[in-house]
Structure formats: structure tokens, C-alpha cells
Ligand binder design. Sequence first.
Ligand code: FNR
Length: 380
Amino acid sequence: YEIYLNGMTGAVPRLPTDLTRLEELTERRLGPGPVGYVAGSAGNGSTARANRAALDRRRIVPRMLRDVHERDLSVRVLGRDLPAPLALAPVGVLSIMHPDAEPAAARAAAAQGVPYILSSASSTPMEQVAEAMGDAERWFQLYWAKDREVTRSFLRRAWASGYSVLVVTLDTPLLAWRPRDLDQAYLPFLHGVGTANYFSDPAFRAGLAKPVHEDPNAAVMHFVGMFADPGKTWPDLAFLRENWDGPIVLKGVLHPDDARLAADAGMDGVVVSNHGGRQVAGSVAAADALPRVAEAVGDRLTVLFDSGIRSGDDIVKALALGARAVLVGRPYAYGLGLDGQAGVEHVIRCLLAELDLTLALSGHTGPAGVGPDDLVEDAV
Ligand code: FNR
């Protein structure tokens, strides 16, 4: 109610509370290059639109007179008690949004108690981001490099600096066809943005003919050639299992059979995600894939969800479709672009406040009570 109470004194929030308005404001502030990269998606954008349509098509059926006076948003996820079913998705190259970049987003997550998932393609080395977070909950997202020694080194560095869950992104063995970036010839990596974890890595540096500062272009090209590996297959997961002592979550799983393979491989969770519509043009909407994955492995794995979450009611819908918790990507990147750490905190607080209100108004005292019966689907 803080935002409403501020209204009594005429104080309006610095940023809109409808998070779908942030993209346009950020574009006005930062211009089309950076926002094109963040907002853009694969192909003609149909996957990103389908993500939204699949959430919009589902409607909550509220229940009345159920005593929702006392409420609690907390959930247990991968053996951790989280204050709410929300984490910040791994979003790389955040220095294109704001000079404070990942450390500012991480501090915002820490201040609100939600886990921060640091991208491999961070503009800041993972150790510096960890330092900015104190002992707050942090997870590390891995782009699974071609070079085994670099992967091993990343895992060692991440564990040593307090990242406790490994999120392995499977949907980006190659960068997709993204027309907005192609048309603007805008790819942050080619300017050395998003390479900080690599350039600071001893195993990566050992693979260079000359030190990064002597030949930065060669270092960028080396990065482009090794940051991901289209040759990987399911048995390769054994390497990660052997080299990581904490939970491992596979991000980008959409098919129920892949979710079963993840469980068979000894993984702890999956993120049902199509990378916010940025990878496979024409892919199934993430919210349509979610119930099928949850049904297949919900009793064996922790099922998380992202791609299209923009509001508290979207989170309620994802919970009803079988997610234990959700990740949010673009909205906090825009919050960062508009107001640094405070902008990211604004986004998190809006999502949590709206989640709390939507749950209460729908007759729930917390995430646990939400299930498939709480939704209906509009006819298409
Ligand atoms: C991403 N995403 C992403 N995912 C990942 O595993 N590693 C990464 O480095 C990145 N980088 C990245 C950059 C930008 C600019 C965006 C928008 C997204 C995908 C991200 O984790 C998440 O899956 C989506 O952003 C979720 O969709 P919404 O919330 O943006 O709709």
C-alpha cells in the first residue's frame, strides 16, 4: 500500500506501475540500439507474441469468502526458502542499459530477497557481482562453452564466489536469427560487451595467442567461436554433474520428453522457457509448454518458468499451470535502464505487490493453494 499512501501526499512513483510501459520509456531514454537488443526476438516476433497470448488467453477464476487476511508469499525452491516465487532471470550485457549494470541489478535483488541469476555473458566479472551481493542468494547461469577447461574454470569460480545453483541454458547453442539486431548491425558481444567473465578467466586467456589488451578483436573472435557448443548431447551432462556440488537446473526445456531426460540425467530442475521468444522463431509459447512439462516431471523435478511474465497475475497463472516459481527478464532490464538499482527494485516490488493482491483477491493466502482449477482458457 506504500504506493497508494504516497498518493495521499501527491507523490507519484518515479516509474509506471504497469510494467508493460517500461519498454517505450527506455527506448525514448536510450535509443533504438540497446532497446532493440533487449526487446528484440527471433524471426518476425511471433514467439514473443505467442508467449503473451498464451498468458492472456488464460483467465483466473477468483474464489470468495475464504479468509485471506493473513498471507504469505514464501515458497521452498531447490531446498531454499524464498520470500516469493520470483527470481531475476539471467540477462547478459546489462552495461548497455546502465553503467552500474549487473551489480546494480544484483543489489536490487538482494535488497528484496529474491535470487539473482547471473549470466555467463555478464558485463561484470562474477566475483565483483558476488561481492556486491554480500551473502544474498545468487545462482549462476552457464553458457556451456566448447572448451571444457573454460567450463570447469567457470564452475570453480562460481562456486568459490557463493553462487549456489547452476542454471544451464540449453536453448542457445547458436544465436538465433534476430532481425532487429541484424538490421541495425547491433550485437553487443562484437564490441566486447558481455565478455567480462571470459576475458577475466585464466582458462580462456590460456587459449589466446596474445593477451586481451594487445589484441582485443582476436579475443572477441575467440569468444564468439567458443562461448556455446552446438555439438553437445544429453550424456555430456555427466560432466556438469561431476563438477558442480549444488542443484543443477536446465533452462530452455519445452518438450516433456526433454524434461524426462533431464530427470533421468540426475538434474534437479528445469526452466520451461523459450528465452523470451529470442531463439526459435515459431516455437511453442512457453505457457503452453508448461502444463505438459509439469505433468511429465512435476513429481521428479522443480519446474520453473519464464518468457512473458509482466505482472503479478501472470505469476499466478504460471503457478496454476504447474510452475513452482518464475523468472522475469526484460522488465527489470528496462527498470535498470531507467533508474539503475532503484528501477530494478521498483520492478520487483510492483511484481510482488501485485502478486500478493491478485492472490488475495482470488481467494488464496499464498502460492501453494493455486492449481489448474483456478484457471479457465478463453476460446481462441
Ligand atoms: C536474455 N536471456 C538470457 N538467458 C540466459 O540464459 N543467458 C543470458 O545471458 C541471457 N541474456 C539475455 C539478454 C537479454 C537482453 C534478454 C531480453 C534475455 C533470456 C532470459 O534469461 C529469459 O529467459 C527471458 O528474458 C524471459 O523472458 P521475458 O521475461 O524477457 O519475457
